[in-house]
Design a protein around this ligand. Structure first.
Ligand code: GTP
Ligand code: MG
Ligand code: ZN
Length: 389
């Protein structure tokens, strides 16, 4: 179903395009129908029933996130004790929690907490800040080893995606991310604007700041892509990942202390990059292990500490690069170069395809918007977003 046309987006004029959907939503908070769909979930039947087909056209992670944060707030009011930590992985039925002193404790999730956040398939994910209580060991020794998660904190953001086989399902892969590091080789394999632009859009839609790393710059001149993406406000670094050249030191400084997810096509040099950046980190194990075959062995996310602070989250969720859960209009508003001209189009809900007096089409024609960016937008709309309409 197409969105009704009208003035609903007029309030977005002048809103900076670097914003994620969450903030766009808040600027548009009256528009309830649009915020319903992303949180639709297969075990949330009541919600599905009450909202009907409208959800198919709605989008974004904000409602799921808002609901999670509401529940987390309620729980926190009653569960103030315990030791704070963050979820760093899953092992069988236990959740690995890393305490602030670095100790890792395998934990169970308190039953009542599980119940309260029902309606979400995977209520807790890597990156969640939690509180735990230590459970005494069987031999009566001091508490240690095992614990129970009693409360979870509100999330700053989350990396979520509609299931590729069932668009009604939402998977949350990781929470509280500071950076999505998009890795693309200049050559071998060729730089793919479509892939970079998709990852940047996924980051924007999930409210996660993105950084671009162009690898293999020993094989050519990265000036054009570096200028393009820096011009879009994306911190961009040109490196030789395998021998450690280029902007590698600047990249390490940029990432210091951040919790990152690294994304990119096979063979672009992700493992080489992590090796070069963090030669002594356990992070190498997870990311290096996926080289070549065996990439399906990692089924759940895991986070690793990095030298100099920060964490690297290894999640299979980022390997599939398709935009989902947003409309064409959202996509245009989340791409800063298109969004900057959106207000100048004749129609407030212009999709920049066939409309008269379209400022975006005019800018593509005279080169103010890069042809590659507009091609990405069109292909995202045509290939990624149509099935959800
Ligand atoms: N010339 C050149 N080769 C590189 C560079 N970075 C990585 N390579 C080579 O590219 C190949 C792939 O690098 P990997 O680090 O395994 O790539 P990856 O992204 O981890 O690949 P997957 O694990 O399959 O996803 C290796 O042979 C590297 O030595 C670079 O900056 N320049
Ligand atoms: Mg690798
Ligand atoms: Zn337009």
């Amino acid at each position: 179903m197409p969105e009704p046309s009208g003035h609903k987006y007029k309030g977005l004029k002048g809103v900076q395009a670097r914003q994620g959907l969450g903030r766009l939503r808040r600027a548009n908070s009256k528009d309830e129908a649009r915020t319903g769909g992303w949180e639709r979930h297969h075990d949330d039947e009541a919600f599905v029933e009450s909202h009907g087909h409208k959800q198919r056209t709605a989008n974004g992670g904000d409602t799921l996130l808002a609901r999670f944060n509401r529940l987390a707030g309620l729980i926190a009011e009653q569960e103030s004790g315990g030791t704070p930590g963050a979820i760093c992985g899953f092992a069988g039925t236990s959740v690995q929690v890393r305490l602030d002193d670095g100790t890792e404790v395998p934990c169970q999730v308190r039953q009542v907490l599980k119940k309260r956040i029902s309606g979400v398939k995977n209520p807790l994910c890597v990156g969640d800040r939690v509180r735990i209580e230590r459970t005494a060991t069987a031999d009566g020794a001091a508490p240690g080893g095992e614990g129970v998660i009693t409360a979870v904190c509100a999330r700053a953001n989350q990396l979520a995606r509609a299931d590729s086989h069932n668009r009604a399902l939402v998977h949350v892969f990781a929470a509280n991310l500071d950076c999505l590091v998009v890795v693309s080789a200049l050559a071998e394999p060729d730089l793919k604007h479509g892939l970079i632009d998709r990852y940047l859009l996924i980051a924007a839609a999930n409210d996660i700041p993105a950084t671009l790393v162009v690898t293999k710059v020993d094989l050519g001149d990265p000036a054009a892509p570096v200028a393009l993406y820096r011009g879009l406000g994306v911190p961009t670094f040109a490196v030789v990942a395998n021998t450690g050249g280029g902007d590698l030191d600047a990249l390490r400084d940029h990432l210091r202390g951040k919790t990152c997810v690294v994304a990119g096509q096979s063979g672009v040099g992700k493992s080489s990059l992590i090796n070069a950046l963090y030669p002594h980190s356990a992070a190498r194990i997870g990311v290096v292990a996926d080289a070549g075959h065996g990439r399906h062995t990692t089924t759940s996310a895991r986070s690793y500490p990095l030298e100099g602070g920060g964490r690297l989250v290894d999640t299979p969720g980022i390997r599939e690069c398709a935009v989902s859960g947003i409309t064409a209009l959202d996509a245009a508003l989340l791409m800063p170069d298109l969004a900057a001209l959106h207000h100048a189009c004749h129609f407030a809900d212009c999709t920049h395809s066939h409309e008269p007096d379209c400022a975006v089409l005019a800018a593509v024609a005279d080169g103010r918007i890069a042809a590659s960016r507009f091609a990405s937008y069109r292909s995202i709309v045509a290939e990624d977003l149509t099935e959800q309409a």
